[in-house]
Design a protein around this ligand. Structure first.
Ligand SMILES: [Ca+2]
Length: 333
């Protein structure tokens, strides 16, 4: 079965040829692809793509199986964004194709980023977070058990229905139901941000410098997908190991955005964090749940660990989730 990514798509010629010829074909394909323009949207829109244009091609990585849960030490950290953080966000945003939209005062991006204000101290107790987003395969076990609703994508749609892709097109309630069924719960927004930023307050899960090759990102453009990271659409939940946090949590930035437990609870101006208790804060007022971490349709500024989305949609092709649990609480495996 062929894989869903242009970076993984095997060459038919290479697959059928003897090893030496196959190697030659592969090397030639790589050389040709290095200078060939790539259609970032080709796979996503169902057009033919030229295999072999992705980063990491030809590199074999051996990885040991990893545990589902990663322990995140609790502690105090600076949650949200300062005025300086906002300037950095707008600067990143301005590099996008539609960067002219990225003003810090008015306009859609400005409003989106203002939700991160103000920077404030928060304390989070130790917890455990899933190393990866919940996969289609894992979620399917909950559906088969009758405990979760079917995701809304069309079965067999190769863009979404792949066992190792993050499950998307699920409602917040579905995500919460899965986590409860599988022995956890949705992380709070503060837990998610502490896991992504660490106690030092990183801008991104991997560090402070944006790197579009370690996150399955998109673009602020007419075509929101971007295959320069190797994937126009979703990627396997264990892809992008170089974008992991120091503790080993994968794809907090990028791939699927993620439901968190909190409701989007704004300040008196209708944006920004409401005054919440500093210890284990959790938004309990509001209509919509928060989503965290940019997706494969979001540009660099939305990959920042402080970004928060208001979750105004019930389901989305770019929103999935992962679960958390509190040490000492154990449910099903
Ligand atoms: Ca993610």
């Amino acid at each position: 079965m062929s894989r869903r990514s242009p970076s993984r798509a095997p060459s038919g010629a290479a697959a059928a040829a003897p090893l030496g010829l196959a190697l030659g074909v592969a090397l030639a394909a790589r050389g040709a692809s290095a200078g060939a323009p790539m259609r970032p949207d080709a796979w996503w829109t169902g057009l033919d793509v030229q295999p072999g244009a992705a980063a990491g091609r030809g590199v074999v990585a051996l990885r040991a199986p990893s545990a589902r849960w990663v322990r995140i030490p609790g502690g105090s950290f600076l949650m949200g964004s300062s005025a300086t953080d906002m300037i950095r966000a707008v600067t990143l945003c301005r590099r996008e194709m539609y960067g002219a939209l990225c003003r810090g005062d008015v306009g859609m991006p400005g409003i989106r980023f203002r939700a991160e204000l103000p920077a404030h101290q928060a304390f989070v107790s130790p917890f455990e977070l899933e190393r990866t987003e919940v996969s289609v395969e894992a979620y399917g076990r909950c559906v088969a058990a009758g405990a979760c609703a079917e995701p809304a994508f069309v079965r067999g749609d190769a863009r979404f229905d792949q066992p190792d892709f993050p499950v998307t097109e699920v409602r917040w309630d579905d995500a919460a139901a899965y986590c409860a069924w599988s022995g956890g719960r949705l992380p709070t927004e503060a837990e998610w941000e502490l896991a992504a930023r660490g106690p030092s307050g990183r801008d991104f899960p991997w560090g402070n410098v944006y790197n579009g090759h370690v996150t399955n990102h998109g673009a602020l453009a007419s075509d929101e997908t971007d295959a320069s990271d190797g994937y126009a659409g979703l990627a396997p939940v264990d892809a992008f190991p170089d974008g992991a946090t120091p503790e080993g949590v994968l794809n907090l930035a990028g791939n699927a955005s993620e439901w968190v437990d909190d409701l989007y609870d704004t300040d008196e101006n209708g944006f920004g964090y409401s005054p919440l208790p500093q210890t284990n804060p959790r938004g309990t007022r509001g209509v919509f749940h928060v989503v965290r971490g940019g997706s494969f349709t979001d540009g660099a500024a939305w990959q920042r660990a402080a970004w928060r989305g208001e979750g105004i949609i019930a389901r989305s092709a770019s929103v999935g989730f992962r679960c958390a649990r509190t040490p000492g609480e154990r449910g099903q495996p």
